[in-house]
Design a binder for this molecule. Structure first.
Ligand SMILES: Nc1nc2c(c(=O)[nH]1)N[C@H]1C(S)=C(S)[C@@H](COP(=O)(O)O)O[C@H]1N2
Ligand SMILES: [Mo]
Length: 416
Protein backbone atom coordinates (compact mmCIF):
# COMPACT_ATOMS: atom_id res chain seq x y z
CA UNK A 1 0.00 0.00 0.00
CA UNK A 2 1.32 3.42 -0.92
CA UNK A 3 1.62 6.21 1.57
CA UNK A 4 -1.26 8.05 -0.14
CA UNK A 5 -3.54 5.77 1.87
CA UNK A 6 -3.84 8.05 4.83
CA UNK A 7 -7.21 7.68 6.51
CA UNK A 8 -9.43 10.73 6.30
CA UNK A 9 -11.45 9.94 9.39
CA UNK A 10 -11.01 7.95 12.58
CA UNK A 11 -10.57 4.19 12.90
CA UNK A 12 -9.15 3.59 9.42
CA UNK A 13 -11.78 5.23 7.23
CA UNK A 14 -10.47 6.34 3.84
CA UNK A 15 -12.19 9.21 2.10
CA UNK A 16 -13.55 9.68 -1.37
CA UNK A 17 -10.15 10.53 -2.83
CA UNK A 18 -8.49 7.35 -1.60
CA UNK A 19 -11.30 5.09 -2.76
CA UNK A 20 -9.90 3.75 -6.04
CA UNK A 21 -6.30 3.41 -4.88
CA UNK A 22 -7.30 1.82 -1.64
CA UNK A 23 -9.62 -0.77 -3.10
CA UNK A 24 -7.31 -1.68 -5.98
CA UNK A 25 -5.10 -3.72 -3.69
CA UNK A 26 -4.79 -7.07 -2.09
CA UNK A 27 -7.57 -9.63 -1.97
CA UNK A 28 -6.00 -11.97 -4.54
CA UNK A 29 -3.59 -14.81 -3.73
CA UNK A 30 -0.32 -15.37 -5.55
CA UNK A 31 -0.62 -17.65 -8.59
CA UNK A 32 1.62 -20.70 -8.36
CA UNK A 33 3.03 -22.55 -11.39
CA UNK A 34 1.17 -25.75 -10.44
CA UNK A 35 -2.19 -23.94 -10.19
CA UNK A 36 -1.69 -22.31 -13.59
CA UNK A 37 -1.09 -25.69 -15.25
CA UNK A 38 -3.84 -27.49 -13.33
CA UNK A 39 -6.21 -29.96 -14.98
CA UNK A 40 -9.48 -28.83 -16.47
CA UNK A 41 -12.31 -28.49 -14.03
CA UNK A 42 -15.41 -30.69 -14.63
CA UNK A 43 -17.32 -27.82 -16.26
CA UNK A 44 -14.60 -27.47 -18.88
CA UNK A 45 -14.71 -31.10 -19.98
CA UNK A 46 -18.18 -31.26 -21.53
CA UNK A 47 -20.57 -28.74 -23.04
CA UNK A 48 -22.71 -26.88 -20.56
CA UNK A 49 -26.47 -26.53 -20.19
CA UNK A 50 -28.62 -25.37 -23.13
CA UNK A 51 -30.45 -22.08 -23.44
CA UNK A 52 -33.71 -21.44 -21.60
CA UNK A 53 -36.69 -19.16 -22.11
CA UNK A 54 -36.23 -17.25 -18.89
CA UNK A 55 -33.14 -16.73 -16.75
CA UNK A 56 -32.56 -17.76 -13.16
CA UNK A 57 -29.69 -16.87 -10.81
CA UNK A 58 -26.82 -19.27 -10.14
CA UNK A 59 -27.73 -22.14 -7.85
CA UNK A 60 -24.74 -21.01 -5.78
CA UNK A 61 -26.40 -17.70 -4.90
CA UNK A 62 -28.94 -18.96 -2.40
CA UNK A 63 -29.16 -15.56 -0.72
CA UNK A 64 -30.78 -14.02 -3.78
CA UNK A 65 -34.31 -14.37 -2.53
CA UNK A 66 -36.85 -12.05 -1.04
CA UNK A 67 -36.68 -12.23 2.74
CA UNK A 68 -38.96 -12.07 5.72
CA UNK A 69 -42.12 -12.71 3.80
CA UNK A 70 -45.07 -13.19 6.04
CA UNK A 71 -48.83 -12.83 5.81
CA UNK A 72 -50.98 -11.43 8.59
CA UNK A 73 -52.40 -14.22 10.80
CA UNK A 74 -55.33 -15.97 9.14
CA UNK A 75 -54.56 -14.55 5.67
CA UNK A 76 -52.57 -15.80 2.71
CA UNK A 77 -51.61 -12.67 0.80
CA UNK A 78 -51.74 -9.76 3.23
CA UNK A 79 -48.21 -8.90 4.22
CA UNK A 80 -44.76 -8.05 2.92
CA UNK A 81 -41.61 -9.54 1.45
CA UNK A 82 -38.36 -7.60 1.39
CA UNK A 83 -35.37 -7.01 -0.91
CA UNK A 84 -32.14 -8.70 0.33
CA UNK A 85 -29.96 -5.60 0.00
CA UNK A 86 -26.94 -7.28 1.61
CA UNK A 87 -26.58 -9.49 -1.49
CA UNK A 88 -27.03 -6.79 -4.15
CA UNK A 89 -25.00 -3.97 -5.64
CA UNK A 90 -25.72 -1.08 -8.00
CA UNK A 91 -28.95 0.90 -8.03
CA UNK A 92 -31.44 -1.38 -9.83
CA UNK A 93 -33.35 -3.98 -7.86
CA UNK A 94 -33.87 -7.05 -10.06
CA UNK A 95 -37.65 -7.19 -10.61
CA UNK A 96 -37.69 -10.69 -9.18
CA UNK A 97 -36.45 -9.27 -5.88
CA UNK A 98 -38.50 -6.05 -5.71
CA UNK A 99 -40.22 -5.90 -2.34
CA UNK A 100 -43.93 -6.74 -2.16
CA UNK A 101 -46.65 -5.27 -0.01
CA UNK A 102 -50.19 -6.51 -0.54
CA UNK A 103 -53.29 -5.91 1.55
CA UNK A 104 -55.33 -8.75 0.03
CA UNK A 105 -53.02 -10.80 -2.16
CA UNK A 106 -52.17 -10.48 -5.85
CA UNK A 107 -55.19 -10.29 -8.17
CA UNK A 108 -55.02 -12.33 -11.38
CA UNK A 109 -56.08 -9.58 -13.78
CA UNK A 110 -56.97 -10.26 -17.41
CA UNK A 111 -55.44 -7.24 -19.19
CA UNK A 112 -58.07 -7.41 -21.96
CA UNK A 113 -60.85 -6.93 -19.45
CA UNK A 114 -59.12 -4.32 -17.29
CA UNK A 115 -60.10 -0.66 -17.65
CA UNK A 116 -58.78 2.54 -16.09
CA UNK A 117 -61.60 5.03 -15.44
CA UNK A 118 -60.91 8.75 -15.17
CA UNK A 119 -63.93 10.63 -13.85
CA UNK A 120 -65.27 13.06 -11.21
CA UNK A 121 -64.61 16.77 -11.71
CA UNK A 122 -63.64 16.50 -15.39
CA UNK A 123 -65.26 17.69 -18.60
CA UNK A 124 -65.09 14.28 -20.31
CA UNK A 125 -65.03 11.12 -18.19
CA UNK A 126 -62.75 8.60 -19.95
CA UNK A 127 -62.15 4.87 -19.90
CA UNK A 128 -58.79 3.48 -21.03
CA UNK A 129 -58.00 -0.08 -22.04
CA UNK A 130 -54.42 -1.26 -21.55
CA UNK A 131 -53.92 -1.19 -25.33
CA UNK A 132 -55.18 2.39 -25.48
CA UNK A 133 -52.70 3.48 -22.79
CA UNK A 134 -49.83 2.07 -24.84
CA UNK A 135 -50.64 4.60 -27.56
CA UNK A 136 -49.83 7.59 -25.33
CA UNK A 137 -46.29 8.95 -24.86
CA UNK A 138 -44.33 6.84 -22.39
CA UNK A 139 -41.61 8.26 -20.17
CA UNK A 140 -39.20 6.17 -18.09
CA UNK A 141 -37.10 7.03 -15.03
CA UNK A 142 -35.03 5.16 -12.48
CA UNK A 143 -36.67 5.81 -9.13
CA UNK A 144 -37.17 4.18 -5.75
CA UNK A 145 -40.33 2.88 -4.11
CA UNK A 146 -40.31 2.76 -0.32
CA UNK A 147 -43.09 1.57 1.97
CA UNK A 148 -43.81 4.06 4.77
CA UNK A 149 -43.44 1.04 7.08
CA UNK A 150 -39.88 0.37 5.88
CA UNK A 151 -37.43 0.13 8.83
CA UNK A 152 -40.38 0.19 11.26
CA UNK A 153 -38.77 -2.50 13.40
CA UNK A 154 -36.04 0.02 14.22
CA UNK A 155 -38.54 1.80 16.50
CA UNK A 156 -38.38 -1.21 18.90
CA UNK A 157 -36.77 -0.48 22.29
CA UNK A 158 -33.96 -2.99 21.60
CA UNK A 159 -32.19 -3.25 18.22
CA UNK A 160 -33.67 -6.25 16.33
CA UNK A 161 -31.10 -8.91 15.46
CA UNK A 162 -31.96 -8.93 11.77
CA UNK A 163 -30.17 -8.49 8.46
CA UNK A 164 -30.13 -5.35 6.34
CA UNK A 165 -32.85 -6.50 3.92
CA UNK A 166 -35.06 -7.72 6.74
CA UNK A 167 -34.83 -4.29 8.37
CA UNK A 168 -34.72 -1.98 5.37
CA UNK A 169 -35.85 -4.11 2.41
CA UNK A 170 -39.25 -2.46 1.90
CA UNK A 171 -37.29 -0.17 -0.40
CA UNK A 172 -36.48 -1.14 -3.97
CA UNK A 173 -35.45 0.71 -7.09
CA UNK A 174 -36.49 0.20 -10.71
CA UNK A 175 -36.70 1.87 -14.05
CA UNK A 176 -40.41 2.70 -14.23
CA UNK A 177 -42.01 3.42 -17.59
CA UNK A 178 -45.49 4.79 -18.10
CA UNK A 179 -47.83 7.52 -19.26
CA UNK A 180 -47.65 10.90 -17.45
CA UNK A 181 -50.91 11.51 -15.57
CA UNK A 182 -50.84 15.13 -16.72
CA UNK A 183 -51.51 14.00 -20.31
CA UNK A 184 -54.53 11.91 -19.31
CA UNK A 185 -55.93 14.60 -17.01
CA UNK A 186 -55.51 17.23 -19.74
CA UNK A 187 -57.40 15.04 -22.16
CA UNK A 188 -60.26 14.58 -19.70
CA UNK A 189 -60.30 18.34 -19.05
CA UNK A 190 -60.02 19.37 -15.39
CA UNK A 191 -62.83 21.41 -13.83
CA UNK A 192 -61.59 24.40 -11.80
CA UNK A 193 -62.84 22.96 -8.48
CA UNK A 194 -60.57 19.88 -8.82
CA UNK A 195 -57.96 19.67 -6.01
CA UNK A 196 -57.47 15.94 -5.30
CA UNK A 197 -57.54 12.68 -7.20
CA UNK A 198 -58.84 9.58 -5.45
CA UNK A 199 -57.07 6.49 -6.82
CA UNK A 200 -58.23 2.97 -6.18
CA UNK A 201 -57.06 -0.51 -7.07
CA UNK A 202 -58.72 -3.60 -8.52
CA UNK A 203 -57.58 -5.92 -5.73
CA UNK A 204 -59.91 -7.37 -3.10
CA UNK A 205 -58.63 -4.75 -0.62
CA UNK A 206 -59.73 -1.96 -2.99
CA UNK A 207 -56.87 0.07 -1.62
CA UNK A 208 -57.69 3.75 -2.14
CA UNK A 209 -55.71 6.93 -1.60
CA UNK A 210 -56.36 10.65 -2.12
CA UNK A 211 -53.53 12.37 -3.97
CA UNK A 212 -53.13 16.14 -4.33
CA UNK A 213 -53.75 17.20 -7.93
CA UNK A 214 -50.40 19.07 -8.10
CA UNK A 215 -48.48 15.80 -7.67
CA UNK A 216 -50.57 14.15 -10.37
CA UNK A 217 -49.80 17.03 -12.77
CA UNK A 218 -46.13 17.15 -11.77
CA UNK A 219 -44.41 13.75 -12.11
CA UNK A 220 -46.99 10.98 -11.49
CA UNK A 221 -47.28 8.24 -14.10
CA UNK A 222 -49.55 5.34 -14.89
CA UNK A 223 -46.75 2.75 -14.90
CA UNK A 224 -46.85 -0.08 -17.44
CA UNK A 225 -43.18 -1.15 -17.41
CA UNK A 226 -40.67 -2.05 -14.73
CA UNK A 227 -37.01 -2.59 -15.69
CA UNK A 228 -37.97 -2.84 -19.34
CA UNK A 229 -40.65 -5.50 -19.11
CA UNK A 230 -44.38 -5.26 -18.37
CA UNK A 231 -45.03 -4.88 -14.63
CA UNK A 232 -45.04 -8.13 -12.72
CA UNK A 233 -48.34 -9.21 -11.14
CA UNK A 234 -47.02 -8.59 -7.61
CA UNK A 235 -46.09 -5.03 -8.53
CA UNK A 236 -49.36 -4.02 -10.16
CA UNK A 237 -49.85 -5.73 -13.54
CA UNK A 238 -51.19 -4.51 -15.88
CA UNK A 239 -50.88 -0.95 -14.54
CA UNK A 240 -50.25 0.99 -11.38
CA UNK A 241 -49.99 4.53 -10.19
CA UNK A 242 -46.36 5.52 -9.54
CA UNK A 243 -45.63 8.63 -7.46
CA UNK A 244 -41.89 9.35 -7.42
CA UNK A 245 -40.44 9.94 -3.94
CA UNK A 246 -43.75 9.44 -2.12
CA UNK A 247 -44.67 6.73 0.36
CA UNK A 248 -45.23 3.41 -1.40
CA UNK A 249 -48.79 3.06 -0.17
CA UNK A 250 -49.96 5.94 -2.37
CA UNK A 251 -48.65 4.24 -5.54
CA UNK A 252 -51.87 2.28 -5.98
CA UNK A 253 -51.33 -1.04 -7.76
CA UNK A 254 -53.79 -2.64 -10.20
CA UNK A 255 -55.14 0.88 -10.69
CA UNK A 256 -58.77 0.95 -11.89
CA UNK A 257 -60.22 4.34 -11.02
CA UNK A 258 -59.05 7.95 -10.75
CA UNK A 259 -61.73 10.32 -9.50
CA UNK A 260 -61.04 14.06 -9.42
CA UNK A 261 -62.54 15.66 -6.30
CA UNK A 262 -62.43 18.94 -4.40
CA UNK A 263 -61.30 17.26 -1.14
CA UNK A 264 -59.63 14.09 0.08
CA UNK A 265 -61.90 11.05 0.40
CA UNK A 266 -60.59 10.07 3.89
CA UNK A 267 -60.32 6.42 2.91
CA UNK A 268 -59.49 3.67 5.40
CA UNK A 269 -55.97 3.56 3.96
CA UNK A 270 -55.24 7.19 4.86
CA UNK A 271 -57.06 7.50 8.20
CA UNK A 272 -56.82 4.29 10.25
CA UNK A 273 -53.49 3.49 8.52
CA UNK A 274 -50.59 5.39 7.00
CA UNK A 275 -51.01 8.38 9.29
CA UNK A 276 -48.43 9.31 11.94
CA UNK A 277 -49.56 9.08 15.54
CA UNK A 278 -48.10 11.79 17.81
CA UNK A 279 -47.47 11.71 21.55
CA UNK A 280 -50.45 14.03 22.25
CA UNK A 281 -52.79 11.51 20.61
CA UNK A 282 -53.25 13.44 17.38
CA UNK A 283 -52.56 11.81 14.03
CA UNK A 284 -50.73 13.58 11.25
CA UNK A 285 -52.19 12.71 7.85
CA UNK A 286 -50.77 12.77 4.34
CA UNK A 287 -47.06 12.46 5.08
CA UNK A 288 -46.36 11.75 1.44
CA UNK A 289 -42.72 12.57 0.81
CA UNK A 290 -40.16 10.05 2.05
CA UNK A 291 -37.34 11.59 4.09
CA UNK A 292 -33.63 11.59 3.27
CA UNK A 293 -32.11 8.25 4.23
CA UNK A 294 -29.18 5.86 3.74
CA UNK A 295 -28.00 2.46 4.86
CA UNK A 296 -24.72 0.57 4.56
CA UNK A 297 -25.56 -2.68 2.76
CA UNK A 298 -22.07 -4.16 3.12
CA UNK A 299 -20.65 -4.89 5.60
CA UNK A 300 -23.92 -5.59 7.38
CA UNK A 301 -25.33 -8.24 9.74
CA UNK A 302 -24.91 -11.80 8.48
CA UNK A 303 -21.70 -10.95 6.66
CA UNK A 304 -18.48 -11.71 8.53
CA UNK A 305 -15.15 -9.92 8.12
CA UNK A 306 -12.61 -12.77 7.91
CA UNK A 307 -9.52 -10.87 8.96
CA UNK A 308 -8.27 -7.33 9.51
CA UNK A 309 -7.46 -5.44 6.33
CA UNK A 310 -9.01 -3.34 3.62
CA UNK A 311 -12.76 -3.50 3.06
CA UNK A 312 -15.17 -1.68 0.81
CA UNK A 313 -18.08 -0.08 2.61
CA UNK A 314 -21.00 0.21 0.21
CA UNK A 315 -24.58 1.31 0.61
CA UNK A 316 -27.66 3.08 -0.70
CA UNK A 317 -28.85 6.64 -0.14
CA UNK A 318 -32.11 8.25 -1.31
CA UNK A 319 -34.53 11.11 -0.72
CA UNK A 320 -38.10 11.80 -1.72
CA UNK A 321 -37.15 15.47 -2.14
CA UNK A 322 -34.75 15.00 -5.08
CA UNK A 323 -31.11 14.07 -5.60
CA UNK A 324 -28.67 12.88 -2.99
CA UNK A 325 -26.02 15.56 -2.50
CA UNK A 326 -23.50 13.64 -0.41
CA UNK A 327 -23.10 10.72 1.95
CA UNK A 328 -20.80 10.84 4.96
CA UNK A 329 -19.51 7.61 6.51
CA UNK A 330 -18.08 7.07 9.98
CA UNK A 331 -16.15 4.09 11.36
CA UNK A 332 -15.97 5.39 14.92
CA UNK A 333 -19.62 5.71 15.88
CA UNK A 334 -20.02 9.24 14.55
CA UNK A 335 -17.04 11.01 16.14
CA UNK A 336 -15.43 11.61 12.74
CA UNK A 337 -16.78 11.37 9.18
CA UNK A 338 -15.45 11.15 5.62
CA UNK A 339 -17.33 11.77 2.38
CA UNK A 340 -18.12 8.62 0.41
CA UNK A 341 -17.67 8.22 -3.35
CA UNK A 342 -20.99 8.27 -5.24
CA UNK A 343 -21.50 5.99 -8.27
CA UNK A 344 -22.12 7.73 -11.59
CA UNK A 345 -25.92 7.68 -11.51
CA UNK A 346 -27.09 10.33 -9.07
CA UNK A 347 -30.74 10.72 -10.07
CA UNK A 348 -33.69 12.53 -8.60
CA UNK A 349 -35.87 10.41 -6.28
CA UNK A 350 -33.70 7.41 -7.04
CA UNK A 351 -31.32 5.43 -4.89
CA UNK A 352 -27.66 6.43 -5.17
CA UNK A 353 -24.91 3.89 -4.53
CA UNK A 354 -22.07 5.12 -2.28
CA UNK A 355 -18.75 3.49 -1.50
CA UNK A 356 -15.74 4.10 0.64
CA UNK A 357 -12.66 2.14 1.62
CA UNK A 358 -11.95 1.13 5.18
CA UNK A 359 -8.85 -0.27 6.81
CA UNK A 360 -10.19 -2.47 9.60
CA UNK A 361 -7.61 -2.99 12.33
CA UNK A 362 -9.45 -5.90 13.95
CA UNK A 363 -10.86 -4.03 16.93
CA UNK A 364 -14.56 -3.24 17.51
CA UNK A 365 -15.90 -0.50 15.26
CA UNK A 366 -19.25 1.20 14.67
CA UNK A 367 -20.10 2.00 11.05
CA UNK A 368 -22.61 4.74 10.18
CA UNK A 369 -23.77 6.50 7.03
CA UNK A 370 -25.52 9.88 6.86
CA UNK A 371 -27.08 11.23 3.68
CA UNK A 372 -27.73 14.86 2.71
CA UNK A 373 -30.07 15.70 -0.18
CA UNK A 374 -30.11 18.59 -2.63
CA UNK A 375 -32.70 20.47 -0.57
CA UNK A 376 -30.13 20.52 2.27
CA UNK A 377 -31.99 18.01 4.49
CA UNK A 378 -29.65 15.83 6.52
CA UNK A 379 -30.56 12.32 7.64
CA UNK A 380 -31.47 12.56 11.35
CA UNK A 381 -30.22 10.54 14.31
CA UNK A 382 -32.40 7.86 15.88
CA UNK A 383 -32.91 10.07 18.91
CA UNK A 384 -34.44 12.81 16.75
CA UNK A 385 -36.64 10.40 14.79
CA UNK A 386 -37.97 8.80 17.99
CA UNK A 387 -38.99 12.12 19.54
CA UNK A 388 -42.75 12.64 19.78
CA UNK A 389 -43.46 9.01 18.82
CA UNK A 390 -45.72 7.07 21.16
CA UNK A 391 -45.45 3.25 21.11
CA UNK A 392 -46.97 1.90 17.91
CA UNK A 393 -46.06 4.96 15.85
CA UNK A 394 -43.67 3.42 13.37
CA UNK A 395 -44.16 4.88 9.87
CA UNK A 396 -41.59 7.08 8.12
CA UNK A 397 -38.51 5.99 10.09
CA UNK A 398 -35.40 7.38 8.36
CA UNK A 399 -32.76 7.53 11.11
CA UNK A 400 -29.04 6.90 10.69
CA UNK A 401 -28.34 3.15 10.85
CA UNK A 402 -25.40 1.88 12.93
CA UNK A 403 -23.70 -1.48 12.39
CA UNK A 404 -21.33 -2.75 15.08
CA UNK A 405 -18.31 -4.80 13.93
CA UNK A 406 -17.01 -6.99 16.78
CA UNK A 407 -13.37 -7.98 17.19
CA UNK A 408 -14.24 -11.36 15.67
CA UNK A 409 -15.60 -9.63 12.55
CA UNK A 410 -19.29 -10.24 13.20
CA UNK A 411 -21.63 -7.42 12.27
CA UNK A 412 -24.73 -6.58 14.27
CA UNK A 413 -27.46 -3.98 14.48
CA UNK A 414 -26.99 -1.42 17.29
CA UNK A 415 -28.51 1.85 18.45
CA UNK A 416 -26.15 4.79 18.97
N1 LIG B 1 -54.23 -1.87 -4.87
C1 LIG B 1 -53.22 -1.89 -4.01
N2 LIG B 1 -52.22 -0.99 -4.14
C2 LIG B 1 -51.18 -0.99 -3.30
C3 LIG B 1 -51.11 -1.91 -2.21
C4 LIG B 1 -52.17 -2.87 -2.09
O1 LIG B 1 -52.17 -3.73 -1.20
N3 LIG B 1 -53.20 -2.81 -3.00
N4 LIG B 1 -50.07 -1.82 -1.31
C5 LIG B 1 -49.45 -0.50 -1.21
C6 LIG B 1 -48.28 -0.45 -0.37
S1 LIG B 1 -48.53 -0.32 1.32
C7 LIG B 1 -47.02 -0.33 -0.91
S2 LIG B 1 -45.68 -0.08 0.06
C8 LIG B 1 -46.79 -0.49 -2.35
C9 LIG B 1 -45.94 -1.71 -2.59
O2 LIG B 1 -45.67 -1.90 -3.94
P1 LIG B 1 -44.89 -3.21 -4.42
O3 LIG B 1 -45.63 -4.40 -3.87
O4 LIG B 1 -44.86 -3.13 -5.90
O5 LIG B 1 -43.52 -3.13 -3.83
O6 LIG B 1 -48.00 -0.66 -3.09
C10 LIG B 1 -49.10 0.07 -2.57
N5 LIG B 1 -50.19 -0.07 -3.48
MO1 LIG C 1 -46.55 0.33 2.28
Amino acid sequence: MGDQLIPEAGNGLMGRRAFMTATASTAATLLSASAAGAQRTPWMRAPGAPMSESGVPSRHEAGLQRVLFASAPGTTGAGTSATPHEHLDGIITPSRLHFERHHAGIPDIDPDRHRLMLHGLVQRPLSFSVDALHRYPIVSRIQFLECSGNSAMMTAPEPPRLECGQLHGLLSSSEWGGVPLSILLDEAGLMPQGRWVVADGADAAVLARSIPLEKMMDDAIVALYQNGEPLRPANGYPLRLFLPGWEGNASVKWLRSLRVTDQPAMTKDETSKYSDLRADGSAEMFTFEMGVKSVITTPSPGLILDQPGLYQISGLAWSGAGRVQSVAVSADGGRTWADAQLDAHVLSRSVTRFRTAWQWNGSPATLLSRATDESGSVQPSREVVMRDRPPGSYYHYNAIQAWQVSDSGEVSNVYV
